[in-house]
Structure formats: C-alpha cells, structure tokens
Write a new protein. Structure first.
Length: 311
C-alpha cells in the first residue's frame, strides 16, 4: 500500500453519506504531512474542505490553500461545461450561453459531456504545468490529486465519460484530451481507486457493485476499502456471560446490560460485513467511529493518524 500515495490521482467513492469527504480530507492531511503537494477535489456545490479549515472561499471554482502542501477546489460539472463551451464559442458570453438554451441543448444532446469536462479539469491538476493560484513557494503543480467523487453511480458515470463522450468526438482536440483522461484513469501506475463504506449491509453491497462497475467499465479494481465508522468489539465471551447474568431486579443495571449487549451485537454485525469484504479478498482499512459532537479538524486528524499505518 505504501505506493498508493505515489499515484497522481486517487479516486474515492462509495454510497452517499458513508464518509467519502471525511476520508478524502484525512488522506489529504496525511499526504500533505508527508510532503506531497496535494489537492482535494470536491464535486458539485460542496465546499466542505475550506469550511473545515475555517476558510470562506468567494469562488468555489478556485484552488484554495488550506495549509502547507494542501489545497482544495470544488468542481461543478454544469459550470465546467459552461466555461468550456464559452471558451469554444469565443466571444459568446456565459450569460447568453446559459440563457440561450444552447447549453441545456448541448448538455442533453451530449451525454457525459459535463462529466468529461470535469475530468479534463481534474486531469489538468495532475499535470506539472498546473500551478496553485497563489503558491507559497515555487510550485511545479500537484503531486497528488484526491478526488472526493460523488456517490457510486455518478462516480462511475464520471469515470466512464471518456468512453461515453469519446463515441461522439472521435477526432480533433476533444478526442485527444479525452484520450489523455482515459489513459490516466486506466493506468495503475498513475491512478488508484478506493471505496469508502460503512460496515452496513447496503454500503458493503454497493462496494461490491462498485468493484464490478470499475472492472466492467475501466478494467480496473479497487485498491482497498476504507471501512468507516467501525465499532470496537469491547467484550469477550466470558464478559458477555457475566453481563447477561447481571442482577435483573436492578433497573439501572438491567439498562446498562442491555446497552452493552446492543453495542456488542452491533459490533458483531459490523464484523460480519467486514468478513463479507474479506471473503472477496479486499484489503480493508478500518476507521473507527469517532464519538465527538462535531467532526472538526482535530477529529479528521485522528482519522488521518489511523489511516497512516496503511499508507
Ligand atoms: N469515522 C467517523 N466517525 C464519526 N462520524 C463520522 C465519521 N466519518 C464520517 N462521519 C460523519 O458522517 C457524516 C457523513 O460524512 P461525509 O460527509 O464525509 O460523507 P460523504 O460520503 O462525503 O457524504 P455525501 O455522499 O453526502 O457526500 C458527517 O456528518 C461526518 O461528520
Ligand atoms: Mg461528501
């Protein structure tokens, strides 16, 4: 696993709400700490990373320096396509384009176009001539791009967009840019894929679907599964027997015993999901559930410390 951070692009995806952004941020911290100039890319209207660092960004589409070696950017596929069409159309203003219906027409007529244009932007960040907007020091671009991708289905659509759109544009500059994105996504030396899952039946099932989708569409496989929110198994069998025999006539004792049992059962159920992944030979990287009121920067740093042993 040591070499996974040596890739140019790491893609994280999984079911909605499982912790993709949290784990992307933690990996960003980890990579930056190791001296890699790292950028975390959020997709859509999300701007969680600057918020986490107490920063407000006026413009979501610009690279924001979060700390030494760490930047973030938010790429909105609609906006990316609009800008791209604008660049193509020369002097046509974005406002005219947006209101003329051309944009909607194009977006509908060219499946995969906005996803592909977003992927082109991401590809550009991996190139050595792409510089952070306000580099602290002389910068040759990013060493590592971490893509906090949308949930599984959308992410697969984004990753497959060079093929989807490539079928429309076979020649010319679009075709060659498409090809470069495709090569990056296909190259195990330059890109890697991580699933994030919670130890629940549905999230693990979605991980298995993701693995199949990656294989079918990109001929790639998941490097590992980050199992986020894992509960520890606190009690041994002997301790459980003791808990079960606690004095049932004392209501506090009875409630405490039930709570202990419930936590244990939940951890056991989670363990079954872990076993399900291991049966499919996935490398599983467990991240504990953090009992904090807010998942703030110190909490993300704790998660990064947990992940550091795997990277
Ligand atoms: N290990 C953890 N311990 C405790 N809470 C966590 C942990 N990981 C994530 N969370 C919390 O779970 C929620 C969802 O996490 P996050 O936003 O990272 O998920 P996501 O997969 O990016 O969601 P979305 O699909 O909406 O983008 C957040 O409130 C986050 O603070
Ligand atoms: Mg997210």
């Amino acid at each position: 696993m040591a070499s996974l951070l040596d890739r140019k692009l790491l893609v994280l995806t999984g079911k909605g709400g499982v912790g993709k952004t949290t784990v992307s941020a933690a990996l960003g911290l980890l990579a930056a700490d190791r001296g890699l100039r790292t950028i975390v890319v959020e997709v859509g209207h999300q701007r969680r990373l600057p918020e986490l660092f107490g920063l407000t960004t006026e413009d979501a589409g610009v690279e924001t320096e979060l700390r030494k070696n760490l930047w973030s950017i938010s790429i909105d596929p609609d906006r990316a396509l609009l800008e791209w069409l604008q660049a193509l159309g020369g002097r046509v203003s974005g406002r005219v384009l947006a209101s003329s219906g051309t944009f909607q027409y194009f977006a509908a007529a060219a499946p995969g176009a906005k996803e592909l244009v977003s992927m082109m932007k991401i590809w550009k960040l991996t190139q050595s001539d792409s510089r952070p907007a306000r580099p602290r020091r002389r910068s040759g671009g990013y060493d590592l791009v971490i893509l906090d991708a949308p949930a599984t289905g959308h992410a697969l659509g984004m990753l497959h967009s060079p093929q989807t759109f490539g079928a429309i544009a076979r020649v010319g500059p679009i075709a060659s840019q498409t090809q470069r994105v495709r090569e990056l996504l296909a190259d195990p030396a330059r890109s890697g894929y991580l699933a994030v899952a919670q130890p629940t039946e549905m999230a693990v099932t979605e991980t298995l679907e993701l693995q199949d989708g990656l294989h079918q569409r990109l001929d790639r496989t998941l490097h590992a599964v980050v199992l986020n929110g894992a509960l520890p198994r606190r009690f041994s069998t002997a301790e459980l027997l003791q808990i079960d025999s606690l004095d049932g006539s004392d209501s506090v004792m009875r409630s405490a015993a039930m709570a202990a049992r419930a936590v244990h059962d939940r951890a056991r159920f989670q363990h079954n999901q872990l076993a399900r992944l291991r049966r499919r030979h996935f490398e599983v990287l467990p991240v504990p559930f953090l009992f904090t009121s807010e998942l703030d920067l110190p909490a993300i740093e704790r998660i990064a410390a947990h992940l550091s042993k795997f990277f």
